[in-house]
Ligand binder design. Structure first.
Ligand code: URA
Length: 442
């Protein structure tokens, strides 16, 4: 067996055997298959696709390419959540404490942001001294005592994905459904949870621009998880505009805290409750989804979710005073209003463009290793469907650099579409995929 024959077979539309996939993943991880052959193979997969069986084999081989997390030291059914990546997506900060407050252990490994999408770890680090690096023993001990912990992905978790993703990123092969499904599920399987709720985003700010592609991705990921003996549910949600009103790390944490106080935006609250409810339902502590939603809604509105976030922050070395007084979060030095150039109704907000604007303000990384500025970002004042008059604020930019501010001001105006006609918009929740099948809401 050799890499050349495997690339050629895929290039010509063949189906790779389990052994060939295993050989290729082991070779790319150890470096015996050089980057140029891995890149060529990724492009062949991009054009030829993979069968469900090949995608499953790829995910399992990648999950086994490095360390795996053993969560057996945690009592009970362990749950995890994952978003396929969005803009303004701070649901993890709301969902983890709600699920933990319901008594279900959440052992969460998260990544940092790259490109236009933010990362949960960067958001948590907006709280001074919040520690995201823990030994496996400390991680497990915290989940046993607090029921929740969020840590940065360990160095040797799924090294095959680290290498392959870096090559995909520079060879225009990221947006391939089998490669995305295997990439996400390999990390979820290696992270050890018994139940996984996937938030599959659809729209301009997501990898999946159409709901057809998103349902396919969801179905494949549920199939991979199920075949590996995990419980998996995928919720499909709209990412044709940012979630909530804030984009940028400390700004998003403040919005998540407000949501746990019952004062958050309706879309963020709705999505957080449904994701948390599926996580609770999986643990079999409630008989049905309606009961799960009732329990989670009550934990949110009673402040018990916020109390759980406080316990998490304390356990991870952060200052819980920030939850009581969000004004403690540092402010960017320049706060500038972006006025609407015309009157009408906001008919669209290009979420990817908003994410890129926040990144250029310094809220995200253009390349791995860039330092981020937790204080900068965007607060939207108008969302899809809102009326706006010429000169009225579309958004407020929070910046620390006048040059970056100017660039951001221009690109934010371009992200808004304002028109005068009547419009209808998709709902926030588009459907659910479980091992039993697909339910579409629209
Ligand atoms: N997120 C991942 O982890 N991998 C992908 O390929 C795309 C999104």
């Amino acid at each position: 067996m050799n890499a050349y024959d495997i690339i050629k077979k895929k290039r010509d539309g063949g189906e790779l055997s389990s052994e060939e996939i295993m050989f290729f993943v082991q070779g790319l991880t150890s470096g015996t298959i050089p980057d140029y052959q891995v890149a060529a193979w990724a492009m062949a997969v991009y054009f030829r696709g993979m069968t469900g069986r090949e995608t499953r084999d790829l995910a399992l081989a990648m999950a086994d390419s490095g360390d795996t997390v053993d969560l057996r030291g945690i009592e009970g059914f362990k749950v995890d959540k994952h978003s396929t990546g969005g803009v303004g997506d701070k649901t993890t900060l709301v969902v983890i404490p709600l699920v933990a407050a319901a008594g279900v252990p959440v052992a969460k490994m998260s990544g940092r942001g790259l490109g236009h999408t933010g990362g949960t770890i960067d958001k948590f680090e907006s709280i001074p001294n919040f520690q995201v690096d823990k030994t496996p023993g400390e991680f497990i001990a915290q989940v046993n005592s607090v029921k929740a912990a969020v840590v940065s992905q360990t160095g040797n978790l799924v090294p095959a994905d680290k290498k392959l993703y870096a090559l995909r990123d520079v060879t225009a092969t990221v947006d391939s459904i089998p490669l995305i499904a295997a990439s996400i599920m390999s990390k979820k399987l290696a992270s050890g949870a018994d139940g996984i709720v996937l938030d599959v985003k659809v729209g301009s700010g997501a990898f999946m621009k159409s709901s057809e592609e998103a349902f396919e991705l969801a179905r494949i990921m549920v199939d991979i998880g199920t075949s590996a003996g995990r419980e998996v549910v995928a919720v499909l949600s709209d990412m044709d505009q940012p979630l909530g009103y804030t984009v940028g790390n400390a700004l998003e944490v403040q919005e998540a805290i407000a949501t746990l106080k019952g004062k958050g935006p309706a879309d963020l609250e709705e999505l957080s409750i449904i994701l948390a409810s599926y996580m609770l339902l999986m643990s079999k502590q409630v008989p049905d989804l309606a009961t799960a939603q009732q329990v989670i809604g009550e934990l949110l509105h009673s402040g018990k979710g916020l109390q759980k976030l406080r316990e998490m922050v304390v356990a991870q070395g952060g200052d819980p005073g920030y939850l009581d007084n969000p004004h403690n979060f540092g402010q960017a030095s320049l706060n500038v209003t972006v006025p609407s150039p015309e009157s009408g109704v906001v008919s669209g907000i290009d979420a990817e463009k908003v994410g890129l604007t926040a990144m250029r303000l310094g809220a995200g990384r253009e390349k791995l290793g860039d330092r981020i500025d937790h204080t900068v970002g965007i607060v939207l004042r108008k969302k899809r469907g809102d009326r706006v008059r010429a000169g009225e604020a579309l958004a407020i930019l929070h910046a620390n650099d006048p040059y970056r501010l100017e660039v951001a001001r221009k690109s934010l105006v371009e992200a808004y579409r304002i028109s005068t006609g009547a419009h209808s918009f998709p709902p926030l929740l588009l459907g659910v995929v479980t091992r039993e099948g697909v339910e579409r809401y629209v």
